[in-house]
Write a protein that binds this ligand. Structure first.
Ligand SMILES: [Fe+2]
Ligand SMILES: [Fe+2]
Length: 133
């Protein structure tokens, strides 16, 4: 999935989508593995939140006019992630549902909000698409 001009942001997207899928395929669903699973999901949360922070920093550097709205969209995802983890910690939700739901929300964000940023960027004077390695 390549449409942002920044290779690091694109790598983030690819890495995170693959990570959601990998975890879905490899997590052991036994109750005895609950704590280990939560640790892996905490790591995923750190990656996702770090990505949002990098993206917002880039938007700020480029004076993206919709940064505030984009930040709010990130905040909704951050809150959903945190709430989902809390529900898992208290055994009120299923891991599978959590992963599928967050992966879907993350993908939807990329093809709507992140794409809107890219489309704005492509209209800026002097914009030159970066060649991905
Ligand atoms: Fe993103
Ligand atoms: Fe974003």
């Amino acid at each position: 999935m390549q449409f942002l001009h920044d290779p690091q942001i694109d790598r983030d997207h690819d890495f995170l989508i693959n990570r959601f899928s990998d975890l879905y395929g490899t997590l052991c669903w036994e109750a005895s593995e609950h704590t280990a699973n939560l640790t892996l999901l905490e790591e995923l949360k750190t990656h996702v939140f770090g990505h949002f922070t990098r993206e917002e920093a880039e938007m700020k550097t480029l004076s993206f006019p919709d940064l505030a709205q984009h930040h709010r969209a990130h905040q909704r995802l951050r809150r959903a992630f945190i709430k989902g983890l809390q529900n898992l910690e208290s055994n009120r939700a299923s891991l599978q549902e959590f992963l599928l739901n967050m992966r879907e929300r993350f993908l939807t964000h990329i093809v709507t909000w992140d794409r809107a940023f890219e489309e704005w960027l492509a209209l800026q004077p002097g914009y030159v698409p970066t060649t991905h390695a």
